[in-house]
Design a protein around this ligand. Sequence first.
Ligand code: ADP
Length: 363
Amino acid sequence: EKLIKEETERRVLFNKYQELKGNIRVMCRVRPVLGNAEGNPAQIGFPDEKTSAQIDVTQEEKNSMGVVSRKVVPFEFDRVFTPAVHNEEIFGEISQLVQSALDGYNVCIFCYGQTGSGKTYTMSSPDGMIPRATHMIYETITKLKEKSWTYTMEGSFVEVYNEELHDLLTPGRESDGKRRLEIRHDDSRKQTSVLNCKTVALDSPDKVEMMLKQAQNNRSVAATKANERSSRSHSVFILRLVGYNSATNERCEGTLNLVDLAGSERLKHSQAEGERMRETQNINKSLACLGDVIEALGRGSGHIPYRNSKLTHLLQYSLGGNSKTLMFVMVSPLEAHLKETITSLRFATKVHNTHIGTAKSTK
Ligand code: ADP
């Protein structure tokens, strides 16, 4: 009883804190160097251990005389994680946000960054955010039973590839007769459903593991080279939570979207041909569109360009309005990746400087 009370108080406080700060957060994670063979590390500094909110990147510049000078470029986010930080600690930082999906919020967590920066490791490895989030939700649902709340938890897993939506839980390809997915919005309830998409009742922890494996298999089957495909598509794990309190007759509905974005590296159009070119254009377009949507929400614009990309269309009711957003910007520690690192950190800074209203629980 005491634990439940403390837990409830913590969540109330957290939601108050969110309201004060607006409902968009940006955190940065730098992955470790994986071995000598990876190449030279870049000079990345973490100047403020106390708040852990800053990251400095040192850039070298040559002037016309060939003299090399060094420039330190500082960035600031809500939180910065050094390479020594494990998935467990990262999850500890975001667990309140995951819990708020149980309080009836729509929550979106993105991993943004170039290929190889640690997005998949953070999101869907066996100790990553998807298994940890579902596990924690089970535990909380069990505790909430004592307060007369019963919850159903359903998961689906989709991929946006070349501006087309694919179901990762149904094997096969659309060209072989698999039904096409369609996004349907219920504007009055501010909810989104995906027609023809398989949904799995996640009523036990091992179902999550099965689901992740299935998604991984279906992704590999659809691609000639699995890694290439997964770095060039966005994957979205959608967890729908519906709660009912038999004592008070209250209902609440929340969604947790965990999004592993396509690699943000900017392939030059001149280097890409044919299918590659189309993929590149679609990735560039959809990531830019995500930035535009967040910016428009921040400006309080009357028109939010959700429909300009499949991903933002799918996430319409989880971006802005009654929602909370967290973006992880993932950083490679290597010198060879410095240019992309700075581009990623700039994109993330824009998102960080955006203040999007406050979210209200449906509870
Ligand atoms: P991305 O999804 O951004 O392309 P990955 O998640 O596949 O990148 O990470 C690239 C490589 O780095 C993988 O081999 C992964 O296991 C490893 N890696 C990423 N982050 C970490 C980390 N924090 N600790 C240890 N290894 C990591």
